[in-house]
Design a binder for this molecule. Sequence first.
Ligand SMILES: [Zn+2]
Length: 672
Amino acid sequence: MFTKEQKNILNTSGIKLNNLTEEDVFKITRKITGVDSLSDNQLVEFLEIANATYRGGFQFITDADYDSIYILELKSRHPKHPFLEIVEPEVAFIGKTVALPVQMLSTDKAYSRHEVDRWVKRLQKSAREINIDDEKLTILITPKLDGFAAYDDGKHFYTRGDGKRGTNISRVFERGLEVGGDGKRGHGAGEIVVETDYFEKFLSKDFENSRNFQAAILAEKKENIHVQRAIDKKAAIFMPFSQLPSWQGKIADLIENFDNIVAKVWAYVDYDVDGVILEVTNETLKKYMGATRHHYRWQIAFKANIERADVKILRVVHQTSRSGRVNPVVEIEPTRLSGATIRRVTAHHYNMVKEKGIGPGAVIELVRSGLVIPKIERVIKPSNPIIPETCSSCQTRLIWNGDYLCCPNTMECPTQIENTIEHFFKTLGNIDGFGPKTISKLFNNGIRTVLDIYQMEEEDFRQMKCEKGDVEKNIMNCFGPVQSQNMVEQLQRSKNEAIEDWRFLAAFGVFRMGGGNCEKLLRHYRLLEAFDLDESKIAEVEGFAQITAKAIVSGLRKIKSQFMKLHDMGFNLLTTLLISELKESGVLSEISGKQIVFTGAMTSGKRTKMEAEARKLGAKVIDAVSKKTDYLIMGENVGATKINAAKSKGVKVINEEQYLRLINKATPDASL
Ligand SMILES: [Zn+2]
């Protein structure tokens, strides 16, 4: 049923329930009533209600559902339905509306690459019609903010309203709300946004979602303390679209690197982003293409292709992992999502299974974004979960460890031991013949560790017996003479073949010590030194949190004895170069891995060339400063506002000379 806030919003927006009851709305929301069983009038009424409550900060369905289920349904029934042509109104405020200085249109949306391509074709066609070389067109891409749309004409500040008339909310600036980018007023359209991290940390307890918070910023009554603090800390700002960091390039570039560019732009800002906006920059073409009543034809929003489905759970099976954690694997009715048939999905842990009622017959909402692994978004209809009592592999009684159900039989549980051994050979990646079947045979013959295996001789393999041999031929040996010889040769080969020391360490499967982290650690310490490090030393390495450091120390302690013995068997390990060694040899520069921005005119060479060189040195060169930026490199004629804005974000501002010194190029080189 509607909350008090939702009822208020519906009242002020003048929306009445004519074709639906409150209960109907509730049933549609919970997906008890399917969208296809709604009449046109009911669907539109549902959209109106959903939109008004969403804009008002008290939504009852997600933005993604709104677009991907209900709007799409209306589009497929009536592509030209008037509801699709109007600009979805922003929240209605009590008070007079005023005409906006300029009309604020909505943006047309694309959910697939195909739709973007079609838009590009329309641009090119229009360009040719007025004799503009379509190969020279520039496309501008900015993050699509998921905030509260507003308009700043420099004197007053308005809500978007219905796109033509909005409400004056200039009071928000009086409360100290800052403008993003250069900080100046009068940039026109934009959105009120709040930093995602800040919201999570300081606001999520008091506000259901960020829209809810944005609505509170605009509230007429004296705002609450959390709102004022967020404004004071500049975590909540008004971000004009024209001030957003952007990617600019030719159509050919865009088509070739579409996914990379979109991913890059998506991450430009620290606010909630639900897509990217693409537009053409040529003003003549923009004028020529114009707009519908709903959107500009020269602009399009690309949103992620999120697919979802409500599916029934058939059963939940449990698998013991090499760490002893028991993972719930949810088997579902086969369901097609983003082009693949999904049959199973994992739940995080058994506490989730228990708390949410994930059992046979339950209905869950499954979400898959693009090609990533599908996940359980929520449980729509719970059922009685079945919590296993014993390990499916060794039948030992399971115990709870926090949220996880675990098999405590670390020394003898077949699955734990076999998976650990399998992980070792898989990670090493230079040995054949040690797959799951072989490892299982070895386990049945008393082998428990990788060390045991490396200590085996040909004779040991030959004498191994299988539980179930080929009775007719009466052969009970697991490995024949040729195979036994082969196994030993493979083991020898894996020792002789050169392998990175970080990969060797990762093969032991210490918690939090995957390949990436092992390499990171060995950039600071030698392999054997790693075993003598304490928590504080590891936590000092960039990228390791205290809690990770703790897990690593205890994990390394556990494997130390086996590790040293294996290590002493003489593996041909390639030593990872330390950061200091990389710098000495000139492979690595001070700017490797750093995010940098160039601004102003450079004296030692063309900026584009300098940017290319910085990229070669491993820096991430981007167009605009954000909180993640490490250095702003200042050329000539850079305004103080820009510098101060960067400094306030904690960015190091250096001049061109300092930069050249940083990359060991003290003398400006004219040939750059
Ligand atoms: Zn077990």
